[in-house]
Design a protein around this ligand. Sequence first.
Ligand code: PMT
Length: 214
Amino acid sequence: MNILVTAGPTREPIDPVRFLSNRSSGKMGYELAAAFAHAGHSVLLVSGPTALDVPDRVDFLPVETAAEMHTAVAHHLGRMAIAVFAAAVADYTPATVAAEKIKKSGDSLTLELVRTPDLLGSARSPLGFTGTLVGFAAETGPPAAQAREKLTRKQCDLVIANDVSKPGFGFDSDANEVILVYPDHTEELPPASKHNLAHLLVDTILELHQRLKT
Ligand code: PMT
């Protein structure tokens, strides 16, 4: 099957030398891409900048900004059976990018930010994706309720929710603790390495895909 995975942070440029970004290392998404490939599937990994090696037997499309990630996803989504959105995409980007390095002047500097495209939120409509749609929800605090709101609003089949304020889990760690939020129920998984968790999540997502197809 063709499977799309997004991973990593995006970088939103402010000027030629500065950008807005976040703490995503890409580990969760890369482990998922590797586990889908290990299970014999054809994987396209669309990733923001990370320090990770591309997993074996995974097609790789590097991007930098949320807009670039949106263009890449929009181009490839139509041929995918499953799409998993693990990337930490910036919700806002600078309204303008300065052509030259911004010089120090005055005691404060105000940046105007504008919304980025919501990749996961546009998968069903306007992009028309009919495959199995899996999102993540990164919350600071108990994530289930907000994940359920995202599941409904973004028309997902499953949202994998993590509390990114818990030390040792979430952003830039080797482990994670997640709650699986389905339309009709919720399931808490025990903490695990991102490697082991990815294999479990891949089995779960493939089973869900089979169930949804029949
Ligand atoms: O990369 P790691 O260091 O391994 O960390 C893993 C992780 C914490 C990044 C990962 O487990 C995770 O939670 N990824 C989603 C991060 C996020 O941005 O969550 P969100 O709740 O802000 O977004 C909800 C969903 O919408 C996500 O599937 C996100 O990919 C998607 N989204 C968000 C904004 C946007 N403009 N486009 C999107 O597609």
